[in-house]
Write a protein that binds this ligand. Structure first.
Ligand SMILES: C[S@@+](CC[C@H](N)C(=O)[O-])C[C@H]1O[C@@H](n2cnc3c(N)ncnc32)[C@H](O)[C@@H]1O
Length: 315
């Protein structure tokens, strides 16, 4: 292997790419065709892919966060002519490729969730430990902010969000305290309410889980992924590969199920004697089990600890 794996210093402070070596080995970028980084973030993956595909190949870097795309355009300026930057939701992958008359792609990577830069920027409202507005929108196209969700939904809707997307054990207590103290304006107000609603040993975990749950709801993350994965597979050329790095069990479940479905010929149940659905498999799964970061990577970058990589190849 001769991967350089050298994001620039600016990219390293913006976001340290997770499972980079493992993903690049499986994605196997070559010097031809179109490649997509669906979650460009700080451009760490984009740079490493560009180093492998140029000259010859081109990269389309997508992020729904306008600030991330502007940043990538700057840090990847040395690859001008080989990279195209798109500020959009990856759920729109088909229309993005159609609008550029790109009939097929060689590979696509989804590195899900938020970047370290987004979490570390207090004004974005993603962090429970930094005071800022209750925002949490990854992109400006998003209709509702965290403030709307927290202040407008019913108590039972909040319980459902905290339980479903955060697997939070104290969802009911937290939702009830939020409703009593509304309206809330800042991340600090929300963190204090969560901290005051749960046993002291659970404070940090509960704050982390509830903030994550609200972020997932605000950005409708699971629906975007459910829409994007089949469309991305459909866009792959024969032999093209799709890599997905998830950080949440629901994201991994969606990925696993889409890959499994698209790797199966007939989807009729066992009660149907001969196939009536006509479904034909489109991919071969390259990761029978998800790839996890090494202990060494998790020690160096704790944000990698929940990462899981799955890769499939178009047939
Ligand atoms: C974990 S970071 C990616 C980091 C990147 N791989 C790197 O090496 O710097 C996730 C990025 O995906 C973006 N993102 C999340 N969901 C998205 C979606 N549905 N469409 C487009 N971008 C999305 C976020 O705004 C964030 O910048």
């Amino acid at each position: 292997m001769d991967f350089k794996l050298q994001p620039s210093a600016l990219q390293m402070t913006y976001h340290i790419p997770v499972l980079l070596k493992e993903t690049l080995e499986l994605l196997n970028p070559t010097k031809e065709g179109f490649w997509v980084d669906a979650t460009a973030g700080g451009g760490g993956y984009s740079r490493n892919i560009l180093e492998k595909i140029t000259p010859g190949g081109k990269l389309i870097a997508i992020d729904r966060d306008e600030e991330a795309i502007e940043q990538c355009e700057k840090t990847l300026a040395d690859f001008e002519g080989y990279s195209i930057f798109i500020n959009d939701n990856f759920a729109n992958i088909r229309s993005i490729l159609n609008s550029m008359n790109i009939p097929g792609i060689k590979g696509i990577i989804f590195d899900l969730g938020v970047s370290s830069h987004q979490i570390d920027s207090p004004d974005r409202g993603f962090s429970y430990s930094k005071e800022g507005p209750l925002d949490m929108r990854m992109g400006r196209e998003t209709a509702l902010s965290a403030k709307d969700i927290i202040n407008k939904l019913t108590e039972s809707e909040l319980v459902e969000i905290f339980s479903r997307y955060g697997q939070e054990h104290f969802s009911k207590r937290i939702a009830s305290a939020i409703v009593k103290h509304r309206p809330l304006r800042t991340t600090k107000e929300l963190s204090d309410i969560i901290a005051g609603s749960v046993p002291s040993r659970s404070r940090t975990d509960s704050m982390s889980r509830v903030f994550q749950a609200i972020r997932i709801k605000v950005n409708d993350e699971m629906s975007s992924l459910e829409k994007a994965l089949p469309d991305a597979i459909e866009s792959l050329e024969k032999g093209g590969r799709i890599a997905v790095i998830s950080y949440h069990s629901l994201e991994d479940k969606i990925t696993k199920n889409v890959f499994k479905k698209e790797a199966t010929d007939c989807l009729c149940g066992p009660e149907v004697p001969s196939c009536v659905c006509g479904h034909k498999k489109k991919v071969r799964i390259l990761t029978k089990k998800p790839v996890a970061p090494s202990d060494e990577e998790t020690r160096a970058n704790p944000r990698a600890r929940s990462a899981k990589l799955r890769v499939a190849e178009r047939i």
